[in-house]
Design a protein. Structure first.
Length: 205
């Protein structure tokens, strides 16, 4: 079972504000592709917002391919000309309840697609590896399990789309999947029955 609960309305406002202020910072400081961005702490101080909000916004920018993080070196700006994508996603997607529902539908469609691609194509050891993500079961189990499915089926594009949808949804809502939901998913993969998958998702929005 998937349980959704809205976050505080202020969270969306803060998140959008950070994206907008990061855009202004990049323009005002004339940051160019290849240039290093300030650290999370420096951005937090300069923009007067919490580091968690900075981290969330940077993660969204990275998923959109606008920045890249190099281990031990920092965060660098990539191609900036596509920054209008941020305005589209942050102001249109996050501001409209109807569009949030559409995001849930899109996320579920991508998840169902990778499940359908996996049915009949997973070995017993691969299914056991999926089940290993449920022990111990925590807030990352769902994402870890699905990342494994995308990787096993070599679906990098679907993985990128799913990560982007998941990131924006998690910025405005708390999404909880129960351990029982995932156990039913693994059982359905073992049985190879697609009808079971539709039942899992029918109440997930």
């Amino acid at each position: 079972m998937c349980i959704l609960s809205p976050n505080e309305p202020e969270k969306t406002k803060v998140y959008e504000g950070v994206l907008h202020r990061l855009k202004e910072f990049i323009e005002e400081e004339d940051v160019r592709p290849g240039d290093k961005l300030p650290s999370e702490r420096e951005l937090s101080d300069q923009l007067s917002v919490g580091r968690s909000s900075i981290r969330e916004a940077l993660r969204a920018l990275e998923l959109l391919g606008l920045i890249e993080t190099k281990r031990g070196e920092g965060t660098f700006l990539k191609e900036y000309k596509d920054y209008h994508m941020i305005n589209l996603l942050s102001t249109f997607i996050l501001n409209r309840n109807r569009t949030r529902e559409e995001l849930h539908i899109a996320k579920n469609m991508v998840e169902k697609e990778i499940i359908f691609l996996s049915i009949g194509r997973l070995s017993v050891p691969e299914i056991e590896q999926l089940e290993a993500h449920l022990v111990p079961f925590d807030g990352e189990s769902h994402n870890d399990l699905f990342k494994k499915l995308f990787v096993v089926q070599n679906q990098e594009l679907l993985l990128s789309i799913w990560q982007l949808l998941t990131t924006y949804l998690e910025s405005v809502e708390n999404i909880h999947y129960t351990k029982e939901w995932h156990e039913e998913l693994c059982d359905a993969l073992r049985r190879g029955n697609k009808e079971d998958i539709f039942g899992l998702y029918e109440n997930s929005i």
